[in-house]
Each structure stands twice: as C-alpha cells, then as structure tokens.
Design a protein. Structure first.
Lengths: 486, 453
C-alpha cells in the first residue's frame, strides 16, 4: 500500500484502473538502479542514503520516468531497510538534552564562539571528549541512523509489489467490491473468514457454478463511505491466489464515481502466491476423513466442496460424498455455544441440497431445531465414527439398472438387509416411470399403496428409476422427487 | 400486544429485529434481513418504536462503567459559565466558539464533571492528547484512557486523536454517552465525521476557535454535534482576558547573491503559471499546482523552483542574522520559533542548538521537549506546523514567525499560543519577512485574520 498522493491511475469514461508498471526492460532498469543505491548504503546513514536517492530520482526523471512511479518504488524500498542509532560514548538522548539545556542557559549558539563553548560545557558535564559529545549529539537526529541491513528484492519482484500496492491503494477508495470467482469450498471459506474478521459484510449469488460476492460494510447501506476500502484492499492478496477471478469495485476518486475492473489476467503483473491451502477446521474433521476412507464403503469423500447458497449467504459443508450419480453433503456439528449452533441451524435450514447432518448428542441446541432437521440427522456421542453414517448412506446408495430385479442385489450385505417385498414391480415401475416431479411425501404414500412399506426400499426404488430426492431445507414435507435421467 | 422489537448495536450501526416498516434513519438490509440505521440515530429510532407502542428490548448500549473522582476544577470565568450554561440549556449538545487561549478546555472539563458519564474526548494532535490526559486526570481525579500515539486503553474517561477515533469508531460507538470534540472544525471531513455518525452518544460538545471551514462543510456540524450555542471573537476578548501583545514586523534584505538566485527560481515558477494562465491566490491554487506536478515534468520543475526559492528565503543569511539578534534581545524569555519547511527547522536546530519538533519527532521525544520547555530548562523551541493547534505553552511570551502559509486559521492559532493569560505579561510576536519576495503578500493576508475572529 502506498500513500494516496503516489496513486497513479488510468481513467477512461467511468472506468479506472491502476496505472500498472509493466514488467519490461525500462521499468526493470529504474528498479535495479534504486535497489543498487539502497544496497550500496548498507553501513551508511539514512541521511546519506536520502541524498543519494534524491540524485537517482532526478536522474530517472530526466530519463522520463514518472516522479510518482519512482517515489512509489522508493516508498516500498524504504520498508526493506533496517536502521539503528550509531554507537556513541554517551546516549544520544542524553547528549541532546544536555546540549540544548546548556545552549538555553548561554542564550543559544548565536555565534560560532558560543557554539564551541556550549559543546565544551556539555562535554564537561557528561565527562566525555568534545568529539564524542558532538558525535552523540549528531546521532540524536533521526537521519544519522545507520542502515544495518537491506532485504533486497529482485527488480521484477519490486515491480510486482509496486503493482499490488498500487491496486490496494486504489482499493482504499472503494465503497463496495464485487468478487466473481470459481472457488473451492476451502478458498471460499478462507475469503469469507477474512471478510468476517475484517468486519465486512457480503451478499452472495451463484449462477452456473460461479460465485458472486458483493462486499461492503454495515454502514454502507446508509452512507456511501470509503471507510471499508482499506479492509477490502486486504482481500486482494487472497484474491490473487484464486485461479480465476474478477473484481468490480465502485471507487470514489477525485470526487467522482468510477468502476475498477480487474481479473486474473492482471495476476501476472503482481506477486505470485501459492494457492490457498485447505486447512481442517478441527481435528474431528481430519480424523473423520481418514477413518471414512479406511472403511472402504465405495463412497468418495471430498473435503470442503464447493460453496452452497443459504439464502443470501454462503454455506460450505465439511464434506461431499459421491457414489455414482449420487452426491450428498455432510456437515458435522460439534460441541459449541448455543448461539453458534443456532446460527448454523438457521443456515442449514436454508440449504437446498441433500445433506447429512451429524450432531453431537450433547450439543447445546434447541430441541425444535433438531426436530426440524430430522430425517437426515445422525446423532453421535463424543466422536463421530465413519460407521455411524453407514445406515444413512445405504439408503442413498445408487442402484444399478440390474438392481431392478430384487433377486440380484448389488452387494451381499443388501441381501440380508433388504426385506422381501410383496409388490407388483410392474405397478411400481410404471408409477415411478411416470413421475417428472412430485412431493416426496406423496411418492412415499403412493408406493406404500403399492405395497412398498419399507422406507429404505422406497428410496432405493425411486433412485433405480432415474429419480432423485431433492431435500429442501431437510424438512421431508418440502422434499421432492425429481427425474434426473429420462 | 405485538411481540417485542429488539435493538442491537453492530459495528457503528443499530439493527432493529422484529419490525419492518418506516423508522427514522433506517433502511432495510437484505444482507441481514433487518432494519439498520447509523448509530447516531439510535435514540430517534427507539423513541419512534416506543411511540408506536412497541415493547423494545434494548441491547444497544454498552457504556463503560465508572465514575469520576472528587473534582478539583478552577472556578470558571463569567464567559466560561455562560458558555456551559448555554450548552446545558441546548440539551447537552452544541458547539462553543472561543479564541485560542481562553480556556475552552476548562469549559469541557466542567461539562464532563457535571454529567459524570462515560466520555470520549477527541483531539487533533498527539500533544493535545497528552495535555488533555494530564488535565483530565488532575481535575477529575480519574484514570484516563488513551487512544492514539501507540497507546490503546479505553476507560470511563478516554482521550483519542481524530485518526484513532475514526479507525476504532465501530468499537467505540456504543461505549460513551458524551463526546467532546476539541478543534471541532476537523470533524466534518469525509472520514472524521464518522466518529460522530457511528456513535450512539446523545451528548456532544464541540470546541473551536475557527468554526468556519474553507469548504463550507461546517454546516454539517449541526447534524453531527449541534448548533453553535456560544460564540465570542478575538477582538471582543483581547483586552479582557488575554495577555496584551505587540506585533512587530521585521524586514530583511536578501544578499545580492541570494536575490539573483531567488529571482531566477521565482521567475521559473511564475512563467509556468503564466503559461498555464493560473493565478495563485489561495491554497487551493497551490494544491492544484501540486496535483499538476504529478502530471508533467514541467509542472514539477516549477514546483521545485518554488520550493527552492522559499527555502532560499527561509535560510537566507540575513534572516538567520535577525533570528540571532532576536534571541540575544530576548535572553531569559520563553521563545517559540515557527518556520515552515522541515529542512529549515533542522538547520536552525543544528546551527543554533535549539530543540526542534517536526512531524517526524516521536511522541516520547515531543513530550520530553515540551516538558523541558515548560519547566524552563529549554528556553526556545523551533518547530514546523505541528504546534499549530491549541498547545498549552503557558510561559511562552515571544513568538518568531520565519515563514507561514498565509492561512488565517493557522495564524490565529499560532498567535494564540503565546497569548495565554499571565498577569502583567506583554507578549511579542515577530514576523520576519524578506523584502522584495512574495512573502510580503502572505504576511499581509495573515494579519487580516486578526480582526475577523
């Protein structure tokens, strides 16, 4: 981030973009000239460095580089040096206090003679030589600090850092920001966590698998404000770590509104960062994943899958489980505060996708909420074991075409578990084949009327006829059966 | 009986849960599915709901607990009493306009003691922060919280800089009942106003010597703090409560060599302006030039020429000689030297061995310099602009202005610095102006500020 007087932009109509420094030979030359100057001044004073930099600045300007660009690079390089007060015989602060106090008594150094007397008297009071005193006195001014190290970047890295800083500086002036991106659950989680941590708010939309986050702050609703700009700027490095992204920020610049639009094509001008690492929220989840895989149920498990919509906000389930065309999400609700659980429940009730919710038996959660979630709830005590899920998963297992004949079960296990059903398969088949979309409850009662009394069996039959159960908010009365295959 | 409506505080805003309809200052927030208003509308919102007959569950305020100790406050002067009276009558809201050095701080301290509520005092500079902290602690006998200058401690009575209060506005918003804005003319800027907007505090006091802003935004203060409840100008106060002072202008001639250099630099700058058809009449014009300097090399050259010309005048040998003369003449006095550029400050400090204060001086060092100046160990301080506002230097009786921006406000406040009432004292303000340079113009403009109030 740069001071705003060093901001350089390109304007066109109502659009604005940072005036990026291209990664070309000319700019690398300017960068390397500056870097070399800093490098050469390790061991010298800040004052000496400043004088040298002034000269380089003039030289670069004569060559036609823009002064704000040059200043911007200097600004960034200044952050990479470490300076220290020089070694002195007496502490510089003490020398300064003594010199000024003596000078005050003597009526200030209005002549060279008085000046010498002031130094002599001060040296006497501190019991050091005049030379050492003057050295310590000089050291009390900040430009006498000595540069002890300089963490030199490469010219290209400096230019990339400059471009990022420039983008962030323009984002300071943003009143709101839209982020459109294709992101994994882990990436979305990391970005939303940062949004929340920064005290920002968001509205989410999803279409064709692409997520759009409108980001601003609580007061943005009531006043157009750039208050949140500095915080939005802190999201940029995170955004750069996404593979494909687009930013559209509304910027108030020079008292006019502009749109700043950036996308992944600009990533190459900026520092390259590794993609966002997926981290487990808790040991519970990590442990569960390993155990689930070890169980060898034939279900594929994916952690933090794509974000789901829950009203205007986003819900990222802990896992997605796949088998054949069947996909179900799994959320593990551990032991937490009642407020947390309540918020999570509110969100879960808004998710439209099929979900399994594993809840801790001792969870501080209202009974009503739990009841509303019945149907796909697995209750566990202490730790969720992968095997706790087996009954639910079995109900959801996809059934291959040959499974239409109950005599050829898809697994030996099923042979034992599937009760014999005295039904007319033809009747059931013709009914199920006629369905486009029906409420789940209606389908279940129709099947019961045709002799399918076991609910698990009913689900199996529904699936085997190219149908799918769509859960709406986990309330069975809202679930529908829908055709997925003709 | 309708179900109760819940009011909650959320980062500088107030959210209304369980009600959908018209409420003052409120808008429907789709993000959270509730009505939302800026925190300063809180009491209006609550009143409106209660008038509609709703039961309100109010979770908004989270005031800092505590109380002031036994106060030790100097008796107020009559005009200070009047000002406080007017403010209380206006519902504990509003602005008091009084010249610098007339004891606005005392009015505020008395107001804070009278209300004995969690109070946030907002001040523009680190020096003022220190000054208010020690005065509040002494007069109200409390532990004072500080926000700014690297410190962050929130207490029943807290002092903050404008920047820190802006940065932490969301966190501070529901913790205080009384806001005191020192130098309140800073408040209407786009960012600082949010300190007022994002706070639920019902009671607000603004203090200033210069109510009007060049950009006309002072009208917004009515909404943010309240109306002007009391006002007196410099000339009404001068003989009554301020030390008498003399204003002495000293003209200096540049040396021939300096003159030559100056005219060369100055014409470079002037030619550029003429070519552009610009007339430099105000600070705005100057800012425009600075903006342009970022756009063309030519403009930047002109700006540099102007800066060098100014530095030349400031550092002129004859000016320094005058300064030396004045220092000799005022042996034993307490002197503040103002000059504009930090380079010039540094030069005077190193050459004459006078402690300096610039924007680069760390807060610890600043406090030390001010303390030693107050106690008399240091007899002079040289500074750039940082001392411009309300710094308490009770014993300074000589000010030497080696340059200035020509801004009315700055001049009044600099002047105010040495006008602290001290019985039997006569203060002197010297203005050192180089003959035949544009500085003469600036000085004349500055003096006009004296009678304007």
């Amino acid at each position: 981030m740069l001071p705003s007087n060093l901001l350089r932009v390109k304007r066109r109509g109502f659009k604005v973009l940072p005036r990026f420094a291209e990664l070309n030979y000319e700019n690398e030359y300017a960068a390397s000239l500056l870097i070399d100057t800093y490098q050469e001044h390790v061991g010298k004073t800040i004052g000496e460095l400043e004088d040298a930099i002034d000269d380089v600045e003039d030289e670069l300007e004569d060559l036609g580089y823009h002064p704000k660009f040059v200043r911007g690079l200097i600004e960034l390089l200044d952050r990479l040096i470490e300076a220290q007060k020089p070694e002195t015989k007496v502490p510089p602060d003490l020398a300064r206090r003594t010199v000024f106090a003596v000078s005050s008594q003597m009526g200030f150094a209005t002549t060279p003679e008085v000046k010498v007397k002031v130094f002599e008297e001060a040296a006497k009071r501190l019991n050091v030589s005049v030379h050492d005193l003057i050295k310590a006195f000089e050291a009390s001014y900040e430009d006498s600090e000595i540069i002890i190290s300089f963490n030199a970047p490469t010219p290209v890295d400096l230019l990339r850092q400059y471009n990022l800083s420039l983008t962030q500086t323009l984002t300071f002036k943003a009143m709101s920001m839209d982020l459109v991106a294709n992101m994994t659950g882990g990436e979305a989680k990391s970005i939303l966590r940062t949004v929340k941590m920064l005290g920002l708010m968001y509205m989410a939309e999803k279409s064709d698998g692409v997520l759009r986050l409108h980001i601003d702050g609580p007061a943005s609703l009531l006043v157009s404000t750039r208050r949140y700009g500095t915080r939005m700027a802190r999201l940029i490095p995170l955004v750069l770590r996404l593979r494909s992204w687009r930013i559209r920020a509304e910027v108030l610049y020079m008292k006019r509104r502009f749109l700043m639009e950036l996308d992944e094509r600009f990533s190459k001008l900026m520092p390259s960062k590794p993609p966002i690492e997926e981290t487990f929220d808790s040991m519970v989840e990590e442990d569960f994943m390993l155990r689930f895989q070890a169980l060898g149920l034939g279900w594929r498990i994916v952690r933090e899958p794509e974000p789901l919509m829950a009203g205007g906000s986003i819900f990222i389930p802990d896992f997605a489980l796949y088998k054949g065309d069947v996909k179900v999400y799994l959320e593990i609700v551990g032991f937490w505060t009642p407020e947390y659980i309540e918020r999570k429940m509110q969100k879960l009730l808004q998710v439209k996708e099929p979900m399994i919710i594993a809840v801790n038996k001792h969870m501080a959660c209202s009974k009503e909420s739990l009841e509303r979630l019945r149907g796909a709830v697995v209750v566990f005590d202490g730790k969720l074991r992968a095997s706790d899920l087996v009954p639910v998963l079995r109900r959801l297992e996809p059934v291959r075409v040959e499974a239409k004949q109950p005599t050829t079960p898809s697994s030996p296990e099923r042979l034992v578990e599937t009760p014999l059903v005295e039904v007319s398969l033809d009747e059931v088949s013709s009914y199920l084949s006629s369905i486009g979309e029906e409420p789940l409850e209606k389908v279940l009662s129709e099947l019961r009327a045709r002799g399918v009394s076991n609910e698990q069996e009913a689900y199996r039959l529904i699936r085997s006829h190219g149908l799918m159960v769509l859960w709406r908010g986990l309330d069975p009365s809202k679930a529908v059966v829908k055709r997925v295959k003709p | 009986m309708p179900p109760p409506v819940v009011l909650e505080y959320e980062r500088g805003t107030v959210v209304v849960k369980g009600f959908r309809g018209e409420l003052p200052g409120c808008k429907w927030d789709v993000r959270s599915g509730c009505l939302r208003a800026l925190a300063y509308k809180y009491f209006e919102v609550k009143r409106a709901l209660e008038e509609m007959g709703f039961e309100v569950i109010d979770k908004v305020l989270s005031p800092i607990g505590g109380s002031i100790g036994t106060p030790h406050i100097k008796p107020l002067r009559s005009y200070q009493e009047e000002a406080l009276e007017e403010w209380l009558k206006a519902g504990m809201r509003g602005i008091v306009v009084l010249p610098t050095g007339t004891g606005k701080t005392l009015i505020a301290i008395k107001a804070i003691a009278t209300l004995n509520e969690p109070t946030l005092v907002v001040v523009p500079t680190i020096e003022l922060l220190e000054q208010w902290r020690s005065q509040l602690a002494k007069s109200l006998n409390v532990d004072v919280g500080v926000l700014g200058g690297g410190e962050k401690k929130i207490s029943f009575i807290t002092v903050s800089t404008y920047s820190s209060a802006y940065m932490h506005a969301e966190e501070l918003g529901n913790k205080f009942k009384l806001l005191v804005f020192d130098e309140v003319h800073h408040l209407p800027s786009e960012s600082f106003r949010q300190i007022a907007l994002l706070s639920t505090a019902p009671h607000r006091l603004g203090l200033t010597a210069t109510f009007e802003r060049e950009d006309g935004r002072h009208v917004d203060l009515l909404d943010l703090v309240g109306e002007v409840v009391y006002r007196k100008a410099v000339y009404e106060m001068k003989s009554k409560h301020l030390a008498d002072f003399d204003l002495v202008r000293v003209y200096v001639e540049l040396t021939d060599e300096e003159k030559l250099k100056f005219s060369k630099l100055f014409s470079m700058y002037k030619d550029f302006l003429e070519k552009k058809g610009w007339k430099l009449k105000s600070l705005q014009d100057f800012r425009r030039l600075i903006m342009a300097s970022g756009l063309s090399k030519e403009a930047r050259r002109a700006l540099l020429a102007w800066r060098d010309a100014r530095l030349l005048v400031l550092n002129s040998v004859s000016k320094l000689d005058v300064l030396k003369d004045l220092l000799r003449r005022h042996k034993g006095d307490r002197i503040i030297i103002f000059t504009e550029l930090n380079k010039a400050v540094r030069r005077i400090s190193k050459e004459l061995l006078i402690p300096e204060i610039t924007y680069k001086t760390g807060s610890k060092e600043r406090a030390e310099v001010m303390e030693l100046f107050r106690s008399g160990v240091y007899r002079a301080v040289v500074t750039s602009k940082v001392l411009e506002e309300g710094i308490d230097v009770p014993d300074a009786n000589v000010a030497i202005v080696l340059s200035g921006t020509g801004s009315r406000r700055a001049f009044i406040q600099r002047l105010g610095r040495i006008l602290r009432p001290a019985p039997g004292k006569r203060a002197v303000l010297y203005e050192v102006v180089a003959k035949g340079t544009p500085e003469v113009m600036i000085s004349r403009r500055r003096r006009r500020g004296l009678t304007g109030g």
